[in-house]
Design a binder for this molecule. Sequence first.
Ligand code: ACO
Length: 402
Amino acid sequence: MADKKAQLVIEGAAPVELPILTGTVGPDVIDVRGLGATGHFTFDPGFMATASCESKITYIDGDKGILLHRGYPIEQLAEQSDYLETCYLLLNGELPNAEQKAQFVSTVKNHTMVHEQLKSFFNGFRRDAHPMAVMCGVVGALSAFYHDSLDINNPQHREISAVRLVAKMPTLAAMVYKYSMGQPMMYPRNDLSYAENFLHADHEQNASTSTVRLAGSSGANPFACIAAGIAALWGPAHGGANEAVLTMLDEIGDVSNIDTFIAKAKDKNDPFKLMGFGHRVYKNRDPRATVMKQTCDEVLRELGIKNDPQLELAMRLEEIALTDPYFIERSLYPNVDFYSGIILKAIGIPTSMFTVIFALARTVGWISHWKEMLSSPYKIGRPRQLYTGEQKRDITALKDRK
Ligand code: ACO
């Protein structure tokens, strides 16, 4: 895996030889682990050029718009697979045969119930709390209910926790919604299928998955790690973008205001950004967005939605942004959240629940990465820093301070 070497020349010191690691596809990476011994660290805020781990789960080529889960293109999975099959694939590395699939679906269905006492946790939240705030709390609280399988060094415990999380997230999402409405909570109906939501199932080392891995690297239990992932997902630069798209459309208000808001998005002194546009990795197209756009068109057609002003506004905004040189030059295309926000609105999901739906779909990706990390040797995640604060100095007595 490390035939090539890179040489780093630091002025006044002997050259440092660094192994170059080659994956199965994708760019080579320079292994800088030995660099610390020379008294230097690398500086890469935001991980713009740093691979934080080795993984076999998901591959993305952002320039070519490629997304593979365990080698399978997302387009093929979207057309020929279903959500639980994709979950099995992410968790186990291979698609299930018919028997394995039936067994997996049955196991997941057997775990959809949550402990009855978990309901009392909801009562501690105000009814108008944001559903993501409640999700952070109740998913973390699951650790207090499933002690029987919290030994992270036991592969069987990891397996049970993974299934529990995949199975219980839709139940919790429904409970969060019902609580916010002040209505009685629903018990899961196992005669219904798991909703198809796989375009969000996994996405490599994004902010929330990296958060789950970082929390997991300290030995924290899986429920606590997923709660950390939910917190990271909530931000509008990440999974909160689907909700932020709708908030933005409300703010723009009317097609006649689009030019003003496009100008705001381009203005470096204005914090406004076009939500649902841009991606750290995809600089050509987001392959999920292509599938989502098709689904979006189908959903709007199927529902006969023609004259919804907010959807019209979204479509017009997409059209303008796709032809504006500012967005073209910076490769800012609509991302998956632009279309998922529109679809969720069209099918009647309340805006504040959008990111919760994302979280329940992404749980399988988070837990697959957590399991992968724990199944081979790993170290606690602990980045270093470039310190630019004061050098050592002595305290001045309070009476002498100005
Ligand atoms: N609107 C206007 N300008 C933008 C936008 C946007 N949405 N996104 C990026 N830019 C501009 C930046 O100002 C920057 O311009 P400059 O080169 O003139 O300084 C350039 O494009 C590059 O942007 P960066 O911020 O460096 O890109 P980065 O990779 O750090 O950020 C991100 C990616 C966070 C997704 C960003 O594009 C963004 O905030 N988009 C809106 C939020 C969003 O939709 N997030 C969902 C992402 S998908 C997901 O997480 C599921």
